[in-house]
Design a protein around this ligand. Structure first.
Ligand code: ADP
Ligand code: MG
Ligand code: MG
Length: 935
């Protein structure tokens, strides 16, 4: 018989696949001897069966009954028993935690009778009815599908009558009335009574939690966080403990370190006289956890003890839910806590310093997406002026955007390309689409652990919460802050690192981490230390650990210099097409239009010295390091004026009675002649070199003469010549012959022996499939994974991405664009074949990648696995690639994969959707306009 239910005592943190993160960690806390209310967990397997077949496994209900009986035996009371009921919560929890994304039902077991039993003494009456109305509300919306806002409306109506801002001052009569109104609402909307049988309540709640796996917000969250859709959720059933018993009770959330900065200490929120969901939802303002020290010193001391043992046990920041029932502390949840990028770096580095984890393990606890975040600009504090509002700095960073007051408006404006800041009194799970769309989230209620804060941190969004000075009026679509009224659409700046809100767009400056890289990676001192030192330390570790080299894609001396400061070990792709633009355009036009060999040579001769000086500059910046120069790649007509533009110009001349410029006439003829239906697959790459006489010779001569010049200047130039878009070894051979001829000529002319390795890009399936032969004539391979992806999938990137990629992502054809993260199965297979067959021919073949994938964290791991020698990416991505290459090299010995760590590993290996790198003119930024569309 299959086991679908595990008692807490039977589980452990290693079982999170089966028990979910929450269930596994509750079990672990029980093993550690911490006070956890008794309970059991239903496996994710049962959920998967339910989701795939539409029905739960037949054994499930009897197994739940048996495990419930055990709890009932221990408690000495039965679920829903009329005189003194046992109540339980029914909690969701997948292997990876998805805070607030699925459903939980509390107080299951209450009905019209057991509510009286629960409230049998006068001091418990209010509490009992409060719990019952919570159950009808949660159960009604979660299990019976009644819209949640309808309950809230009833509640608000009664609260208004009492002039109280929340439910804490309602008396028993009010609560009875509210409960009855809720039950009426359920009957009306769901078409049946709120179920009175506790066993039915429990069973239906379990199924509803299963089903919540496929709720809208859970799906959206998974897509964003790249969590697989088929994990399913476990369901934990746990004895209720009550924080809403009165002033000596309460609920809270605690972190063993500050999840925003990583600083050790006591962080968290506490709410006296409340159940857990009141803390998290942000509906009532919490007090800082430290105040528990005065409110209930004994529980506080105990809590701190448990926090210390948890952190020691998990060897990481833990995030804890607890409830105090009449002075007795209960632990309700723990997990390795989500944290900001800054906190991730500083905690990892602190724990390594303390010897709690190894330096290599520290590397496993950060990721490239986080590092990229730390490279984003921050506000210029000297230009910011005074803040209009101040709140809790819940998720750091700087964001500017137009104020919006609801999720739909945020999405609507963001789709239209506007940057927005979502302003709410507090957020709920329904605000998720708006939070995804917004640059930042600002709330007037809630602490560091409120929904807004937790979700924003998880997404790497800027968040300021609990800005009490901000009074949101959704109906008139404005907020007030002091005597200022700010209406929808007004631009504000949100400083998530300081918790400040400014009017208008505050100017940005470089982040401390960016400044550190720009300074060449010198260990910092001064104020920047706290944030930069951990980055420095961990990057050093990454450099020591990694096997992959990291080079940069750079086409100018300026970019080359930056790449080097950022730690690049050479240039893996130096495109030459930029060198044909700008003031050189007329020369290129002349070359294309040349009617005689002499005209063409003249044009090429004029281009030569310019190319040469470009190369000299780059080789100088990269002195001593390899510079892989790609011969001209894009189709020539991309250097000519647009056909329509030309035609219009000539028609206008004609209409004005002037005869058209003869140059325009010949240009138009050339453009027409060279027009291609599908330029991506047309006359470009090596094909150009083979049909345009003199082009390869000119480029190679420029390279060779630059090498000579650098050598004469005492440098150590290491130019490599890379041939693009090779299909067949014969193409490469023809070009190589020409290269050899020119190199020999330059060597003779100058008396300096010039030797440049010649290699090829592997960016067409045929090249990958015949790599064994190509390697016979290539000293190195460089995978152009952009073109290789286009040609393997048959996708024209510029056409498909905007046309239907979002539909493909929605329909699950792929979980992530193959242009963003390498498609291991298809494109990756070609890479593997080319590596194996290329090396079989030439064991010392040097192999790298220069497509944009070279800077994508997950792709870097793949390139490490298949044994490439280096990755090359835009200069701004170099640090990310260094870090990820180091992480890719971590071995099984560095693995910390016990239960909870799955969550952390998940958070660190995932790459966010477009983990954009702050860039101002990095190589990737030039992908469009056209001449670069072939990177
Ligand atoms: P989430 O995953 O959204 O945090 P939880 O399952 O943790 O959902 O439950 C929501 C809230 O209810 C939390 O604050 C939690 O502490 C509280 N809660 C859950 N089970 C119990 C229980 N048995 N007794 C008291 N409070 C509980
Ligand atoms: Mg929870
Ligand atoms: Mg290419």
């Amino acid at each position: 018989m299959n086991t679908y239910v595990y008692d807490f005592a039977e589980g452990s943190r290693g079982m999170d696949d089966l028990l979910g993160n929450k269930g596994a960690n509750l079990a672990e806390m029980v093993r550690m001897g911490l006070p956890v209310p008794p309970g059991f967990t239903i496996t994710t397997e049962a959920c998967r069966t339910f989701l795939t077949t539409g029905a739960p496994p037949v054994e499930l209900r009897p197994q739940i009954r048996d495990h419930l009986a055990v709890i009932e035996g221990a408690a000495g009371k039965r679920l829903g028993q009329a005189d003194d009921p046992l109540l339980v919560s029914v909690r969701s929890g997948a292997r990876v935690s998805m805070p607030g994304m699925m459903e939980t039902v509390l107080d299951v077991g209450l009905n019209d009778y057991s509510v009286l039993g629960l409230g049998k003494t006068p001091d418990r009456e209010r509490f009992a009815w409060d719990s019952y109305r919570r159950l009808v509300q949660m159960y009604g919306s979660t299990v019976m599908g009644v819209e949640g806002s309808l309950f809230a409306e009833v509640l608000t109506r009664v609260e208004r009558q009492h002039h109280t801002p929340d439910d804490s001052r309602l008396d028993v009569c009010d609560l009875i009335r509210i409960t009855e109104a809720f039950k009426d609402l359920v009957r009306e909307r769901a078409g049946r009574e709120f179920p009175q049988d506790p066993a039915d309540q429990l069973w239906e709640a379990v199924l509803a939690v299963f089903a919540s796996w496929n709720g809208d917000r859970a799906r959206l969250y998974r897509r964003r966080e790249r969590i697989p859709d088929d994990l399913g959720t476990a369901v934990t059933v746990q004895t209720m403990v009550f924080g809403n018993f009165g002033p000596d009770s309460g609920s809270g959330v605690a972190f063993t370190r500050d999840p925003a900065t990583g600083r050790p200490g006591v962080y968290g929120d506490y709410l006296p006289s409340a159940q857990g969901e009141d803390v998290v939802s942000g509906v009532r303002n919490t007090v800082p956890l430290q105040e528990l020290a005065t409110l209930d010193p004994a529980s506080f001391a105990q809590l701190r003890e448990h926090m210390a043992s948890l952190e020691a046990h998990y060897r990481d920041l833990c995030d804890i839910e607890f409830t105090i029932e009449r002075g007795r502390l209960w632990m309700l949840q723990t997990r390795v806590g989500k944290r900001t990028a800054q906190a991730a770096f500083s905690i990892a580095s602190q724990l390594a310093d303390e010897g709690v984890i190894t330096p290599r393990q520290a590397l496993g606890r950060v990721d490239g997406a986080g590092l990229a975040q730390l490279m984003f600009p921050r506000f210029d504090t000297t230009a910011a002026g005074s803040a209009v509002a101040r709140g809790i700095p819940a998720s750091p960073g700087a964001a500017v955007g137009a104020v919006v007051f609801d999720s739909a408006e945020a999405v609507r404006r963001a789709v239209a390309g506007e940057k927005v800041v979502l302003v709410r009194s507090e957020t709920t799970a329904d605000d998720l689409p708006g939070m995804v769309a917004a640059q930042a989230v600002l709330t007037s209620h809630g602490g560091k652990t409120s929904h807004a804060a937790v979700v924003a941190r998880g997404m790497g969004k800027v968040c300021v919460c609990g800005a009490e000075g901000v009074v949101v009026d959704v109906r008139s679509r404005c907020f007030t802050a002091g005597d200022l009224t700010v209406s929808e659409g007004t631009v504000i700046s949100v400083d998530g690192s300081r918790g400040l809100v400014h009017m208008g767009a505050v100017p940005m400056v470089e982040s401390d981490v960016m400044r550190y890289f720009e300074g060449g990676g010198q260990p910092p001192d001064g104020a920047a230390q706290e944030c930069v030192r951990p980055v420095h330390r961990i990057l050093q570790q990454a450099d020591a650990a990694r096997r992959l080299e990291v080079r940069a894609n750079a086409d100018t001396p300026h970019d080359a210099a930056r790449a080097r400061r950022f730690g690049a070990q050479g240039i893996g792709l130096c495109r030459t097409e930029h060198m044909f633009l700008g003031d050189r355009r007329p020369l290129v036009e002349a070359m294309i239009l040349a009617e005689s060999a002499a005209d063409r040579d003249a044009a090429l001769d004029a281009l030569l010295p310019r190319q040469r000086s470009d190369f000299i500059g780059i080789l100088e910046e990269m002195d001593g390091l390899p510079v892989t120069i790609r011969l001209l790649d894009p189709p020539l007509h991309e250097f000519l004026p647009d056909r329509t533009e030309l035609a219009v110009r000539m028609a206008r001349d004609e209409a004005l009675g002037t005869s058209p410029d003869p140059r325009d006439t010949s240009l138009l003829a050339a453009v027409t002649r060279m027009h291609e239906e599908n330029p991506m697959l047309g006359l470009r790459g090596v094909r150009l070199g083979l049909v345009v006489p003199g082009l390869v010779a000119m480029q190679v001569r420029a390279i060779a003469e630059a090498v000579v010049a650098r050598r004469r200047a005492g440098g150590a130039p290491r130019a490599e010549i890379m041939v693009p878009l090779v299909d067949a070894v014969e193409e490469l051979r023809l070009v190589k012959d020409e290269v050899d001829r020119v190199l020999a000529a330059v060597s003779t002319e100058t008396g300096v022996a010039v030797e440049c390795p010649v290699g090829t890009m592997i960016e067409l399936p045929r090249a990958a499939l015949t790599a064994g032969r190509i390697a016979g004539d290539a000293r190195f391979f460089s995978f152009g994974t952009n073109d290789l992806t286009q040609t393997t999938w048959g996708f024209s990137r510029d056409d498909v991405e905007s046309a239907f990629f979002s539909a493909y992502l929605d329909k699950g054809v792929f979980a992530v664009s193959p242009f963003e993260t390498i498609d291991r199965e298809g494109v990756g297979r070609l890479v593997r074949i080319a590596v194996a067959e290329g090396r079989a021919t030439r064991p010392d073949l040097e192999i790298g990648v220069c497509g944009e994938h070279g800077g994508d964290p997950s792709s870097v791991h793949f390139f490490h696995e298949v044994g490439l020698d280096y990755v090359s990416c835009s200069p701004f991505r170099v640090p990310v690639a260094r870090l990820e290459a180091g992480r890719a090299a971590l071995s099984a010995a560095d693995d910390e994969s016990f239960g909870d760590f799955g969550d952390r590993m998940h958070a660190s290996t995932r790459t966010r959707l477009s983990p954009a790198i702050p860039g101002r003119g990095g190589a990737d930024d030039h992908r469009r306009p056209r001449p670069d569309a072939f990177g």
